[in-house]
Write a protein that binds this ligand. Structure first.
Ligand SMILES: [Cu+2]
Length: 158
């Protein structure tokens, strides 16, 4: 009776195993396997104290020590209802839908280059204040960052 029962259970187990195998065959499977995929960290984040009360910029660096590219797709914060990603080329900035954090490389947002544009501010940020942000990525988990507001002329060292 015992044998019969396990024999009957076998097709069910096989089906479950096949379903799992099907799940892990997608292109993102390596990202979930642990050792592979993007490995991200954020550093040097700051917001220059804005001149106007309705608009601010944000800068930071995302380092990817993993073996897969990630995409920064959006940023959210209590400070601003509308945060967009901008790139700068030939002194003109334009809104982009994502910015790539290359495998084994970095994405840099800095004055005169890629940046965050914060609009519809809930209040005017003042130097010394800390703003919490959440960075959202394709192929990687979101990262929460505490971002200091720096005086208007501030430039990061290095
Ligand atoms: Cu901009």
């Amino acid at each position: 009776m015992r044998l019969r029962r396990s024999a009957a259970a076998l097709p069910v187990l096989l089906a479950a195993a096949l379903a799992l195998a099907g799940c892990s065959s997608g292109p993102d499977a390596s990202a979930r396997a642990g050792a592979k995929g993007p490995k991200l960290s954020v550093s040097g984040a700051y917001i220059p104290q804005p001149v106007m009360a309705d608009m601010a910029a944000g800068y930071f660096t995302v380092v990817n020590t993993g073996d897969t590219d990630a995409e920064l797709t959006s940023v959210s914060s209590d400070l601003a209802a509308d945060i967009t990603l901008h790139s700068t080329a030939e002194n003109r900035m334009r809104k982009v839908s994502s910015l790539t954090v290359p495998a084994g490389g970095r994405l840099t947002l800095s004055s005169g280059g890629n940046h965050l544009m914060l609009m519809e501010l809930t209040h005017k940020p003042v130097a010394g204040e800390k703003v919490s942000m959440e960075l959202h990525f394709a192929r990687a988990d979101p990262i929460g960052v505490t971002v200091p507001v720096e005086p208007a002329g501030y430039r990061p060292k290095g």
